[in-house]
Design a protein around this ligand. Structure first.
Ligand code: UD1
Length: 422
């Protein structure tokens, strides 16, 4: 298994191109199952999670061709020869559940394995299932699989989510495009990835209003047609790389970055004393003098501070002046990076969903273990701010969500290299 070796750094300088969003791409890809005509995605990120979704779609009979070095995904679901999403693929990636709504909406039946446990809490899929039931789906759970049927097709209905779920909103939105009549999704997620999905579905002929607000209304249509759609910028990759100059000092321009994707995050950076400036090509981040100030963070659904940037923000707070309180409100058990950061000399106290971080002047390099995707990159950021060498082990998590991280950081002056595993 590969590792990443990071050596503590001075200031960074240069530009980092930001890729298309993993989480948007993982919901746009299953949208191909809604139509018999081709769907082409441009600006796709080159990540192992995208390969997993490709394998899942292919296992259902969809054609997926990668062009331009993986940045274009040409998909066609003319004939589906299977409606079974197998455990062997689904267990690798929770987002696999997103094939359920589209298959059911198009052909009236689907069998999808339950995703199973996950390192960051229980993460059930009950909200996905309840939303589809509200549209007339008949569901049965048997031997770890959801068996779904909608013999006369799905019917529009009112779906009121008891809590905001990105994935459940996506599944319901896709299913509703082909349901008979009108569907209203209340307390819907407002994430940019939902807006991107709605825009793509509209290009395919769907009738949708209200995406980006908490109430989305969908008027079902008989069929969807083909389309070409560029994947929105990855706001989590953007936020992660914006933290690199915040931690090391210097100035980095993140190409393709947009403030509206990361507003709550930028507000916290500003409070910490890190400057963010909009440029023609993206966002320029600079920290010129002294340590950053400690700031408190509460994770919330969009437009709040994203849970997917909590671990990386904690890495910054480890060397801030003062004490910060980070409250994780989306997922239980999402502080597994804390003990690893403590191996590097960080002072962190975790109590339930709250972590109190007292900044130290300098972290010290150490061998550490990546426990999940965002945790692994937080350890890389911490390594850049540490004295000496940090070896981040088990980086396969990292490859699920970050494209060529060592190259992108290396190009702005970071001392980082991949150590090939056996
Ligand atoms: C998506 C993102 C993930 C991000 C998360 C929150 C993808 C592929 N992943 O995950 O990176 O961290 O949004 O921004 O887009 N819940 C239930 N029942 C359900 C579904 C969710 O109780 O059926 C709970 C979850 O356990 C969690 C909360 O709802 O506590 C929010 O989860 P959700 O928004 O659904 O996250 P994902 O869509 O899985």
């Amino acid at each position: 298994m590969d590792s990443i070796l990071v050596t503590g750094n001075g200031p960074l300088d240069g530009q980092i191109p930001i890729a298309g969003a993993k989480n948007a791409c993982l919901t746009l890809m299953p949208a191909t199952l809604l139509s018999e005509e081709p769907l082409t995605l441009t600006n796709a990120p080159r990540l192992s999670d995208i390969k997993t979704m490709t394998a899942l779609l292919q296992s259902l009979g969809a054609e997926v061709t990668t062009l331009q070095d993986g940045q274009v995904l040409a998909m066609s679901s003319h004939d589906l020869d299977s409606h079974v999403a197998d455990y062997d693929i689904v267990r690798k990636m929770r987002a696999s559940i997103l094939v359920l709504g589209p298959m059911l909406a198009r052909d009236g039946h689907a069998v999808v394995s339950l995703p199973g446990g996950c390192a960051i809490g229980a993460r059930p899929v009950d909200l996905h299932l309840k939303a589809l039931e509200a549209m007339g789906a008949e569901l049965e759970l048997k031997e770890g699989y959801v068996h779904a049927k909608a013999p006369g097709g799905l019917k529009g209905g009112v779906v009121e989510f008891p809590l905001v779920s990105v994935g459940a909103t996506e599944n319901a939105l896709m299913a509703a495009t082909l349901a008979k009549g009108t569907t209203v999704l209340k307390n819907a997620a407002r994430e940019p990835e939902i807006v991107d999905l709605a825009q793509c579905l509209r290009k395919m002929g769907a009738q949708i209003e209200g995406e980006g607000t908490s109430e989305i209304t969908i008027q079902g249509v008989d069929r969807l047609h083909g389309a070409t759609h560029p994947v929105v910028t990855d706001r989590i990759e953007l936020g992660t790389f914006m933290l690199a100059p915040a931690i090391c000092g210097g100035e980095v321009e993140c190409l393709g970055g947009r403030i509206d994707l990361v507003e709550a995050f930028c507000e916290r950076l500003d409070a910490a004393g890190v400057s963010v400036e909009e440029t023609e090509a993206g966002l320029k981040v600079a920290r010129k003098n002294g340590r950053v100030r400690a700031v408190d963070v509460v994770t919330e659904p969009f437009p709040g501070f994203p849970t997917d940037l909590q671990a990386q923000m904690m890495a910054l707070m480890c060397t801030a002046e003062g004490t910060s309180v980070l409250e994780e409100k989306i997922f239980e058990n999402r502080f597994m990076h804390a003990p690893e950061l403590m191996r590097m000399g960080a002072k962190i106290d975790v109590h339930g969903g709250t972590a109190t971080v007292t900044g130290v002047e300098r972290l010290k390099g150490a061998p550490v273990m990546a426990t999940d995707l965002r945790a692994s990159v937080s350890l890389i950021l911490a390594g850049l701010a540490a004295e000496g060498e940090t070896l981040v082990n088990r980086v396969y998590h990292l490859d699920r969500g970050y494209e060529r991280v060592e190259e992108k950081l290396g190009n702005v002056g970071a001392r980082i290299e991949r150590v090939q595993g056996e």
